[in-house]
Design a protein around this ligand. Structure first.
Ligand code: MN
Length: 440
């Protein structure tokens, strides 16, 4: 079956690279990872082009194309990756992604005959800047953590936290792709309409309850034709890879505007993604079983499959860190706010794809899904400040004595993600960060 999660030579944990930093314990980018980004030399006016991370280096895929190092499908894939956006490569589909991964894995392996030629195509990661990896045509944000949905629901509707559709429908809304930016992009605190519960009328001004959302970003590879749904068993062929995603949220604007049509300006002022897309193939060793509580409704047929039960979930550890302006001035390390795991998600990526297209909606290469805030079952696993501060009623005290209920100007939020287990290479996502600037 095409959707099977297969391990191959590129996943071999004993594989090492002639790029020695890739072999160091704790490295996010060992030879088993090989994630994709779009980059150029920092501060230069070079064209952006595709790159692959290896240790503390980036393989410049435009240079690989020029050097004509690969042949066949891998060569066609490199040509697509030499462009300033990866949409064409993503649209090529699984065989092309896999052939290029195989060629890069062999060329970067210890003892490869291509070492000399390929070492001329490396750029130090410390010397690069990133752009969005592709043109994100459409962006859909899901709501797949039942723990987040329940605790947020309690704050808006104490008697009825989880709406009756939640356990049947992978809930989502259509977001703005225009305001998605790459890690490092700071943004101004948004202004908007808010209404305190006790006020008789709304007021206008800077958001007072600015929050982050710890999410996984999911990139669509090959799309589908309008009117032709993607079945859950074929979903995997359409998912290129995953990144880290911070879906900034203005809770006070959201509380006033969200009914009846859902979030709007409370979300569309900024969203930030990590530069590296980790491919679904690299994540194969970290696929885990997906289960649905026997007391809950079981998925409808179009959201159900044996493969999804066996390995639909992803074991990805997620972490949020905060660096305040004071911490930065005093050179203190960022402090952890929470940690959770994507495998606690109520719905899988394959179910998101199947649901999104079941009405015939067409996905296109480069479209992005947000997973929704990934909160775990325990309070310290909450993926937003709304949850951590109990809607602002219980301030969080940071190690330096500062307190937070929501984000303040000068706060830098950092999110990290990684996969680790015995018998497999560590697969890291790097990080996504962005700084909150004062409202204008
Ligand atoms: Mn969100």
């Amino acid at each position: 079956m095409s959707s099977q999660v297969n391990l191959n030579a590129t996943h071999d944990p004993s594989l090492s690279s002639w790029v020695s930093t890739a072999n160091q314990a704790g490295c996010d980018f060992p030879i088993q990872n090989l994630p994709f980004a779009v980059f150029r030399r920092k501060g230069s006016d070079e064209s952006f082009r595709g790159g692959v991370a290896i240790g503390d280096q980036v393989v410049d895929l435009a240079a690989v194309k020029e050097a004509d190092l690969f042949s066949g499908v891998a060569s066609d894939a490199v040509a697509a990756c030499a462009q300033p956006q990866l949409n064409e490569f993503m649209a090529m589909g699984k065989t092309a992604w896999s052939e290029l991964r195989k060629a890069l894995s062999e060329a970067l392996s210890e003892g490869s005959a291509q070492q000399n030629a390929l070492s001329a195509c490396l750029v130090a990661m410390s010397d690069v800047e990133y752009a969005l990896p592709c043109n994100i045509g459409d962006y859909t944000d899901f709501y797949t953590s039942i723990h987040h949905a329940t605790s947020v629901g309690k704050k808006f509707r104490p008697d009825n936290p989880l709406l009756p559709n939640y356990k049947w429908v992978p809930i989502g809304y259509h977001g703005r792709s225009s305001s998605i930016e790459i890690s490092g992009s700071s943004f101004k605190r948004p202004k908007g309409q808010t209404k305190a519960p006790t006020a008789t009328e709304p007021s206008f001004g800077p958001c007072k309850r600015l929050d982050y959302e710890l999410e996984v970003g999911i990139f669509v590879g090959k799309g589908n034709v309008l009117g032709e749904p993607i079945s859950i068993d074929n979903a995997e062929d359409h998912v290129f890879g995953l990144c880290l995603f911070n879906d900034w949220s203005a809770r006070d604007i959201q509380g006033w505007e969200y009914q009846p049509l859902g979030p709007f300006l409370s979300k569309s002022f900024a969203s930030t993604i990590s530069p590296w897309i980790v491919t679904t193939e690299a994540l194969a060793p970290y696929r885990t079983a997906w289960t649905r509580d026997e007391n809950d409704p079981q998925p409808m047929d179009y959201l159900e499959s044996a493969h999804n039960r066996e390995s639909g979930a992803y074991d990805i550890q997620l972490q949020v860190l905060l660096e305040t302006e004071k911490m930065r001035a005093e050179k203190q390390a960022p402090t952890q706010l929470s940690q959770s795991n994507f495998n606690d998600s109520y719905w899988t990526v394959n179910q998101m794809v199947a649901h999104h297209t079941v009405n015939g909606c067409n996905l296109r290469a480069g479209d992005m899904f947000g997973s929704g805030t990934q909160s775990g079952p325990n309070p310290e696993e909450a993926g937003s400040m709304l949850e951590l501060s109990n809607a602002g009623s219980e301030p969080i005290t940071l190690p330096n004595g500062e307190q937070r209920t929501f984000l303040e100007d000068g706060d830098n939020v950092i999110m990290k993600g990684w996969c680790e287990k015995p018998g497999a290479a560590r697969i890291g996502f790097g990080f996504v960060e962005a700084l909150v600037l004062p409202a204008e």
